[in-house]
Design a protein around this ligand. Structure first.
Ligand code: M6R
Length: 555
């Protein structure tokens, strides 16, 4: 999960870039690099494998790299091992390499995303005499830029993006433009930060929040040219695009750890507030009001089918929502991984509703799925956390989860609020479609409102028990999460969290399915987490738990 920061202004760029990159460290990376220009010389590029502190040391906290315009990158290896050579920025054109590893170069680029046709482009460029030194897909961008460059930075960028396939957020410094840089994005997030006599790009707003809260969101293939006193955005016909300015309404402290050792821990503790804020945004005077989401009662009544499309944890929300929505509304629900949906030519009912669930609102597969649905003329609803993100902008309707910024890569509070949003939709759809009585409706809303306190109680009261249990099981090698119905959906998320955070292999199973083969893996000491919260399924699940216990599982 790479990070990009770019700066042009009156201050020395490198310390600002290092600071911005440090705000993106939480996304994970294996190497980092900077390129800075001082107005006279070529861009100076410094890279280091490993922690950002290595890069900081190499550049004397950025002080050694003189210049007020530059770009920085943290890399998470996808093509080629983590190494200094493979780290970004990548260079092309006339380069001078010094013994210390510093490079001066005419064209310098950083990139997030994946260039899918990089092998064919590399072959072409090699046949034209370009020499590649890294194993990355990104290096083709620097060389392609150099190949097409005839003095006009815009023309060149347009040619480059016409040739590359895949996803990209790109920042490029070019020899004849000493105090400015050019950037573009497609299916990979990038925002523009607007300051006073200084401007920025970043792959995530947290990187520049210290300097400005005024931002532009770039649409796919919008090209931005940044100088310290101007930001101009163009389409691929070189026409200037008028952008709407967004003001980020959360402050820097929301993106700090606030005394917690990890963002994830902080965000787990923020769940009660996040859930309560999300609920309060739609529950008004004892009823669920979807007017801000933009769904009228007539429209709700006409929905023939719901397709929930998402990735990862957001997909697990869809799995849980499926049980609840079908139960309360009797509308058939289908849940799909966005990475499958977008490529499989799905059959969609024209009266259906495609619900895209996404914290970031930028996940490439989810965004592509949304576009696929829109292209087929199906109404789309985004359940999104990041205001102004691509999915939020492009969906026909948006239900904003109010989780606030989620910095931890492992989602917690956003996941909880996505569940709340789905439940609120289910309850309201059920009421409008006369599948639940007024009494049941009130009971469900009252129950939803008890959730923030219940979450607080679990987090606070059970802290020591959870810690005791985690310490006892920290050496587990395999874990299974089992449940039925909605408990199965919740198990899927538990299992993903286990893998993602502890690196312990884990699987989620519908409890009744275990006996069809997988139970052979249950042996002495294997950790099995049984989830049994559904009264109607309780005994069935308990009998599955007994089965695994009798095979030696630690339940
Ligand atoms: O931003 P999104 O909700 O679209 O992200 C989707 C998944 O990548 C995400 O839920 C991922 O699985 C979680 N970060 C895992 O904790």
């Amino acid at each position: 999960m790479c990070g990009i920061v770019g700066f042009t202004g009156n201050h020395q760029a490198a310390p600002i870039l290092l600071d911005g990159l440090s705000k993106l460290e939480y996304r994970g990376y294996d190497s980092a690099g900077l390129a800075v220009r001082d107005g006279e010389h070529l861009a100076q590029v410094v890279k280091a494998k490993g922690r950002l502190s290595n890069l900081s040391e190499k550049t004397d906290s950025g002080k050694a790299l003189k210049g007020n315009c530059g770009i920085g990158h943290t890399r998470w290896a996808t093509h080629g091992e983590p190494s200094q050579i493979n780290a970004h920025p990548h260079v092309s054109g006339n380069c001078e390499r010094s013994g210390s590893g510093t490079v001066e170069s005419e064209v310098v680029g950083v990139h997030n995303g994946i260039i899918e046709n990089y092998i064919s482009l590399k072959k072409k460029l090699e046949s034209k005499g370009f020499e590649f030194i890294s194993e990355t897909d990104t290096e083709v961008i620097a060389h392609l830029f150099e190949y097409y460059y005839k003095g006009d930075i815009m023309d060149t960028m347009i040619k480059v993006i016409n040739r590359v396939e895949g996803s990209y957020a790109l920042g490029v410094l070019c020899v004849d433009y000493p105090d400015q840089f050019i950037a573009v994005r497609k299916a990979s997030p990038m925002i523009v930060g607007l300051g006073d006599e200084e401007n920025f790009i970043a792959s995530d707003v947290t990187a520049i929040l210290k300097h400005t809260r005024d931002i532009y969101y770039l649409e796919d293939n919008e090209i931005v040219v940044l100088k310290k006193d101007s930001v101009k955005v163009y389409n691929t016909d070189k026409e200037e695009v008028k952008k709407e300015k967004f003001t980020v309404d959360w402050d820097v402290s929301a993106a700090e750890k606030g005394g917690y050792e990890h963002f994830m821990m902080k965000e787990i503790h923020e769940q009660p507030k996040a859930v309560s804020d999300t609920l309060n945004s739609v529950v008004k005077d004892g009823a669920i009001d979807l007017s801000e989401v933009g769904l009228s009662e007539e429209e709700i009544k006409e929905i023939s089918q719901i397709y929930i499309v998402a990735c990862g944890s957001a997909y697990h929300v869809g799995m849980a929502a499926q049980y609840v929505i079908e139960d309360l509304t009797r509308i058939p629900v289908r849940v799909e991984l966005a990475s499958e949906f977008r490529y499989r030519n799905p059959i969609l009912d024209p009266e259906g509703l495609v619900v895209i669930v996404s914290q970031s609102g930028e996940t490439a597969d989810s965004l592509a799925a949304l576009r696929e649905a829109k292209q087929r003329g199906i109404r789309t609803l985004g359940i999104v956390n990041v205001v102004g993100s691509s999915i939020a902008r492009e969906a026909d309707n948006v239900f904003y989860t109010l989780a606030g910024p989620e910095i931890s890569v492992a989602t917690t509070k956003a996941y909880s609020t996505q569940l709340i949003a789905s439940y609120a939709l289910a309850v309201q759809f059920g009421k409008v479609r006369e599948q639940i009585t007024e009494e049941k409706y009130q009971e469900l809303i009252a129950e939803l409102k008890t959730l923030p306190d219940k979450i607080t109680k679990i987090i606070e009261d059970d802290k020591e028990r959870i810690q005791w249990f985690a310490a006892k099981q920290a050496n587990a090698r395999d874990a299974f999460f089992i449940g039925r119905g909605i408990d199965y959906a919740i198990s899927m998320e538990g299992s993903l969290k286990m893998k993602e955070i502890s690196y312990i292999h884990s699987e989620a199973y519908a409890a009744g399915e275990l006996k069809h083969g997988t139970i052979s893996l249950i042996e002495d000491g294997i950790l099995v987490v049984g989830v049994a919260t559904q009264a109607a399924l309780f005994e069935k699940t308990i009998s599955n738990m007994v089965e695994v216990k009798s095979r030696g599982a630690y339940l």
